[in-house]
Design a protein around this ligand. Structure first.
Ligand SMILES: Cc1ncc(C[n+]2csc(CCOP(=O)(O)OP(=O)(O)O)c2C)c(N)n1
Ligand SMILES: [Mg+2]
Length: 342
């Protein structure tokens, strides 16, 4: 199937429109997500991460590319598979791991856990565990920007399975009618929970083939190539800021792990994972950096720095206390309290 990454100039030709500083940032973000996610899994095996968690191993380029093209003030809306997008907006590894480990130093002092990462200061407007729930919410945020004449863009991430739920279609129609500054990003990792998306979907590209229904361009890109993702994101944000309405981008990618921590992913055909690992986004990007003349030493230094950050964060979180019980009665409502009012 032809990808449309060339349309967005996202092929792997040596086009240096991105620049070395941004490329190094895209690489660092992907490695940070990779290392933090692997650590989250190790900590789960040690029974130090409670509750369920959904990793983005293999999907790092989508988070890095879309966040890398955002401006301060742009808003991200994530699913339960949201560690990657939260880290990509600049939330520290310590805050994320601390939250997964239910520690007082966590992003929300351990109150939300893996599936509810939120940091308004970083523009991370929540992680939503109900499939499709956040697409209309992202429309609301974008409508506010349009109404107030503000220039931020709302960016909403979701999976392939989400395209078969009503809220997806309602949100797409609403955003298109109102020409809202919202970018819908489908991470097509080929599977819903355990079901291949192709088995239950009437079209080949679950997001791309539906775009025309809402008067939008079909955009299907290589979601494992951070440059292709970054360029596509930049074009979509420019369009949104110029008042030319929403975009729907389908990123083809693959999760290396199971759906959630409890899933060994036995349902995948033999060899599929190995084939996708040959197109590992971090492997692709290392090669890209080398093509652009960035030395092995620079790349290895980034790898070492990131490992150090993750190791230090892990130790800090292990030593951090659990939150005090009184946080149960704080921050329940916007006024900081918990008292019920009619
Ligand atoms: C409304 C609703 N129905 C069912 C579920 C259970 N559920 C959790 S994740 C998931 C699969 C979602 O697949 P996809 O949108 O492809 O996202 P991915 O997990 O692959 O990132 C389902 C059905 C849910 N959380 N919400
Ligand atoms: Mg999926």
């Amino acid at each position: 199937m032809a990808l449309q990454s060339d349309r967005a100039n996202g092929g792997s030709g040596l086009n240096d429109d991105i620049g070395e500083a941004k490329r190094l940032e895209l690489y660092r973000t992907q490695v940070t997500i990779r290392e933090a996610e692997q650590r989250a899994y190790d900590l789960f095996l040690q029974n130090l991460v409670k509750g369920t968690s959904h990793l983005s191993l293999g999907q790092e380029a989508v988070a890095a590319g879309f966040a890398g093209a955002m401006q301060k003030g742009d808003l991200s809306f994530c699913t339960y598979r949201g560690h990657a997008h939260t880290l990509a907006r600049g939330v520290s590894v310590e805050k994320v791991l601390g939250e997964l480990m239910q520690r007082d130093n966590g992003l929300m002092r351990g109150k939300g856990g893996s599936m509810h990462l939120t940091s308004a200061d970083h523009g991370v407007m929540g992680s939503y565990a109900i499939i499709g729930a956040h697409l209309p919410i992202a429309c609301g945020a974008a409508w506010r920007a349009q109404y107030k004449g503000q220039k931020d863009v709302s960016v909403c991430f979701f999976g392939d399975g989400t395209t078969n739920i009503g809220a997806f279609h309602e949100a797409l129609n609403f955003a298109a009618v109102w020409k809202l500054p919202v970018v819908f990003v489908c991470e097509n990792n080929l599977y819903m929970e355990y079901t291949p998306i192709g088995d239950v979907t009437a079209v080949h590209n679950p997001a791309g083939d539906r775009a025309g229904s809402y008067g939008l361009e079909k955009i299907v890109i290589d979601g494992n190539d951070a440059d292709a993702v970054y360029r596509t994101a930049r074009a979509a944000y420019d369009k949104a800021r110029a008042g030319r309405g929403p975009s729907l981008v389908e990123c083809l990618t693959y999760r290396h792990s199971g759906h959630s921590r409890a899933d060994p992913a036995k349902y995948r055909p033999e060899g599929e994972l190995e084939r996708w690992k040959e197109r590992d986004p971090i492997k692709i990007y290392r090669e890209r950096l080398l093509q652009f003349g960035i030395g092995e030493k620079v790349i290895e230094a980034i790898d070492a720095e990131v490992r150090n950050v993750v190791d230090t964060a892990t130790e800090t979180c292990k030593a951090a206390p659990m939150p005090p019980m009184d946080i149960l009665t704080t921050d329940v409502y916007a006024d900081g309290g918990w008292a019920w009012r009619n």
